[in-house]
Ligand binder design. Structure first.
Ligand code: UDX
Length: 448
């Protein structure tokens, strides 16, 4: 970054507070690198749990908040909503102390949008706070609408037999009731309570929202968020493309098996299906077996990430007799490089927002298997708004899934999705070369 671009803000410090999960840490650190490149001094306040590695980010300062966490906050067995509520409760006071220790040298703090308690704590310390949404604008907008949806009887959803599942949600098109945020195993009231706290904290304590998205895919939703919150919304994504962070600086909680890139080199263009359900989702043994049989039966070469701990009940062996000659399995892949590799022709994904954006930016069509939370929202946009994917649906059997893989990888539907994906990739590239959203965010921070 040229010296003259840094000078206007030098001396101003921005604090950041990421949520300690992979899909949240990465975009926050990408934003940190971007703000640093614009001349801000940047301090990352962080939990000891899943702490980022300061050695990878020499230009940023790191300050641990010294939290004491109950087991519920760190155990995936507690369920993600209980974990988030416990993390918020346990980190509120230590975060407030850590932020106060930076005073008076801090212009504003950017906290992950799920840190509702931190938004309130920042207000108490008198530091203006922005929320970074690491999910889509559509997801965030659906969260803001939750109280109204509850009053109108759309939520809580009454399980798989709810008669309204296929009804469109009036103010949230193209979402249907079945696409609203859901977390299996979490009481509807607990989920609603969590979302309400997030939305209430935004309204009460935030000075604006920063979203890892870009105008070409979500401009109209962003406008509605601004109107609803009466706060500015900045679409600063796709952060993984815009951030000046070098490859070696990326913080992964698992180390990627880079050998799979050489395996991809040996395959023809667009022939390989990449399969990964992200960093948090877990599946049952039955689903795992059907996935394995479907992959083997589809005829497509595949690169499959089986993350340790991602199959409930322990590491399963592959089903007996399965032909794995066309497949490669790794515990963690260098996903962005895999999606950018010419041999990758499709992505079977849980539709986490980072994975969705990464696929969009590389023009790779998706097979959507949303597991929980915002993933149903993202899957709906992938399949019905942008036309770059197929939905797997809820009935999960090997023959139907193998057929879906074939539709994704070859034939007329595949060609149409690849064309839509190619167009979206071009739009994403155009956003990366424009700096307007980031310029506006920088100006806004300087005005706080
Ligand atoms: C979680 C929620 O599940 C998701 O819905 C929300 O939008 C963000 O937080 P996660 O499971 O982490 O998401 O998925 P995602 O958002 O897609 O992030 C996963 C990240 O891990 C991506 O950046 C992806 O590139 C990376 N990854 C994943 C790898 O680098 N290698 C892998 O093998 C798998």
């Amino acid at each position: 970054m040229a010296k003259q671009e840094r000078e206007p803000h030098s001396g101003r410090r921005v604090a950041l507070f990421p949520l300690p999960f992979q899909g949240h840490l990465s975009p926050m650190l990408q934003l940190a690198a971007l703000l640093r490149s614009r001349g801000f001094a940047v301090t990352v306040l962080h939990t000891g749990f899943n702490a980022p590695d300061p050695a990878r980010h020499r230009e940023l300062a790191f300050v641990p908040i010294h939290e004491t966490l109950p087991e519920e906050a760190t155990s995936p067995d507690a369920g993600i909503v209980a974990q988030l509520i416990a993390l918020n409760a346990a980190c509120e006071a230590p975060f407030q102390d850590a932020l106060a220790s930076l005073l008076p040298d801090v212009a504003c703090v950017v906290v992950d949008g799920q840190w509702y308690a931190a938004l309130g704590a920042a207000a108490l310390v008198g530091v203006p706070a922005l929320a970074l949404r690491t999910d889509s604008a559509a997801t965030f907008r659906s969260m803001l609408a939750y109280p109204r949806l509850r009053d109108a009887g759309y939520i809580p959803i009454q399980g798989k037999n709810d008669e309204r599942l296929d009804e469109p949600v009036p103010e949230l098109e193209p979402l249907r009731v079945r696409d609203l945020i859901r977390v299996d195993g979490c009481e509807a009231d607990a989920l609603c309570g969590f979302i309400t706290r997030v939305a209430d904290a935004m309204r009460a304590s935030a000075s604006g929202v920063v979203v890892n998205t870009f105008d070409a895919i979500e401009a109209s939703v962003l406008g509605k968020i601004e109107t609803e919150l009466s706060q500015p919304a900045f679409a600063v994504g796709p952060l993984h493309k815009l951030s000046p962070m070098a490859a070696a600086e990326h913080n992964f909680l698992h180390s990627p098996d880079r050998g799979c890139l050489a395996w991809l080199d040996a395959h023809p263009p667009r022939s390989v299906l990449y399969v990964s359900l992200g960093s948090v989702a877990c599946i049952d043994r039955g689903v795992f077996d059907e996935m394995a049989w479907a992959l083997a039966g589809s005829g497509a070469p595949f690169l499959w990430v089986i993350r340790p701990g991602s199959v409930r009940g322990g590491e399963p062996p592959l089903p007996f007799g399965l032909d794995m000659s066309r497949g490669k399995i790794v515990p963690w892949a260098p996903q962005r490089d895999v999606l950018a590799h010419p041999a990758t022709g499709g992505f079977w994904t849980h539709c986490g927002w980072n994975s969705t954006l990464e696929s969009v930016c590389e023009g790779v069509p998706m097979l959507a298997q949303p597991c929980f939370a915002d993933q149903t929202v993202n899957a709906r946009y992938v399949t019905h708004q942008w036309g770059v994917g197929l939905e797997l649906g809820e009935v999960f059997d090997r023959a139907r899934v193998a057929e879906a893989v074939r539709r994704l990888m070859v034939g007329e539907e595949c060609a149409a999705m690849r064309e839509s994906a190619r167009r979206l990739k071009i739009q994403a590239k155009q956003c990366v070369s424009a700096t307007v959203a980031m310029d506006n965010l920088v100006k806004y921070i300087c005005s706080l």
